[in-house]
Design a protein around this ligand. Structure first.
Ligand code: PXP
Length: 236
């Protein structure tokens, strides 16, 4: 069954707008798991605009499913992750001024750095994912660089849910499996657009944040998580 990883970044975003110690992404992660989340995801950014070291350390202690931390290749963060040892690290590109991750890694450009970071993480017992576009060239490079999994960027699909964008994801997912990679997907997924993506059997995990946390403001995190899981199972 396809897993749902719940990204709790934006609980921390609300906390950081006031510099308070609430709301706590850790508390929300625990509730999300009890409502059926199969994993918890958090992105520690260089500017620490939402998730910080304290969050990751405590999530590492309390998360019972698996903890997936998204990160750039920043040296300080990489050495922190080698110390804390999340179950998964998902390597993502990061640009300071961006509102959210804007696209997949350009593996042509960062291949040496990525290869080294991946080796270090894997040697520490951490599984490594690369966030990439649904492009067979990137899938191929990801497998050559030692990734355990790829996370396909569903951003283009969420902006324009066309057959063309769907096919790109489906084909990249199928190709990933033939290269021995686990295939994840995420970015911009919500209750309206998740159905077809959840129907791609090669994908084993979806990571969803903004839409679930937004919905949680209205109906509570437990219902927001269980609704999403239901939609993943039964489609529209
Ligand atoms: N996957 C990756 C690699 C991401 O960077 C993000 C955003 O942090 C997500 C999934 C979740 O995206 P969204 O918040 O749009 O659901």
């Amino acid at each position: 069954m396809m897993r749902l990883g719940v990204n709790v970044d934006h609980i921390a975003t609300i906390r950081e707008t006031r510099g308070t110690d609430y709301p706590d992404p850790v508390e929300v992660a625990i509730l999300a798991e009890s409502a059926g989340a199969d994993g918890i995801t958090a992105h520690i950014r260089v500017d620490r605009r939402h998730i910080n070291e304290r969050d990751i350390r405590i999530l590492r202690e309390v998360v019972k499913t698996h903890l997936n931390v998204e990160s750039s290749l920043d040296k300080e963060i990489q050495s922190f992750l080698l110390d804390v040892k999340p179950d998964w690290v998902c390597l993502v590109p990061e640009r300071e001024e961006e509102l959210t991750t804007e696209g997949g890694l350009n593996l042509n450009v960062v291949s040496k750095e990525i290869k080294l970071a991946t080796k270090k993480l894997k040697d520490a017992g951490i599984m490594v994912t690369f966030f990439i576009e649904s492009d067979p060239k990137m899938v191929e490079i990801a497998s050559n660089l030692g990734a355990c999994a790829i996370e396909l960027n569903t951003g283009p699909w969420s902006e324009n849910p066309s057959m063309k964008n769907y096919k790109k994801i489906e084909e990249a997912a199928q190709f990933g499996i033939t290269r021995g990679l686990e295939v994840h997907a995420g970015h911009g997924l919500n209750l309206q657009n998740v159905g077809p993506i959840a129907g791609i059997e090669e994908i084993s995990e979806l990571n969803i944040g903004h839409a679930i946390i937004s919905r949680a403001l209205i109906v509570g995190i437990e219902r927001a998580v269980s609704e999403m899981k239901e939609r993943m199972l039964f489609g529209e």
